[in-house]
Design a protein around this ligand. Sequence first.
Ligand SMILES: [Zn+2]
Length: 264
Amino acid sequence: MSDIWEIFALRYGQNSNRTRRESFLFADDHASPHPIDFYVWVLRNGDRTILVDTGFDVEESKLRGRPILQTPAEMLSDFGLPASSIDTVIVTHMHFDHAGSLHDFRHAKLYVQPLELEYVTGPCMCHQTLRHPYSGEHVVEMVRSLYLGNVEFCDGSREVEPGVEVHLIGGHTRGQQCVRVRTRRGWVVLASDSSHFYENYRRGIPFPIVIDMEETLKGYDILRRLADSDDHIIPGHDPLTRAWYPKIEGGSENIVLLHAEPTV
Ligand SMILES: [Zn+2]
């Protein structure tokens, strides 16, 4: 098997009713509109598939009043990948919009940072502000997988498969990790929420949900070290990704190819 992978970004949700104040600390034009997209990512190498994050489902979307276009499991199924066929999932962190459909992937190996699991089951969760982006149900699902023997801990940096690595980048949460993927255009880095938008790492302005500012800012440098160029860093939530990367010919407007060069 070669170590060259394809990467597909699948957008399963969006929220247009928000402003720049919700995306950037100290935003000067804080009242301007600033939509957000919600993605999961598929890494494919021949018959081998790795899912990055599991998004959130209808139940969570109702609880938080955030409609989704489709559940990630439905989208994956339309893409030819029923949830039951996925045996490897990298969970970048445990926030509700990244670890929310774990019950659909109970049989899969979950790759997660030990710091994240310690954080979401420890005393920090006594604080509502820190607990808010998590769901107790999702954490319980992760613990369930742990007791099924299905959790693989990635302590810092780890190779998941040749051409696929994870790297710890704290700051947004205690155990946030990015995913570095070897593609035909070089090393692409899925930042997930170590940079929600292109502007976060390019302008050095963090997203407002931050538990450690220094780690967040250092994280932007780590992303740049791991990626072949700034054009190889893919933020976790930016609608520009769908504008900048090609779609599958005749395919869904919600799926773009990140192993291809950006079109702008
Ligand atoms: Zn997120």
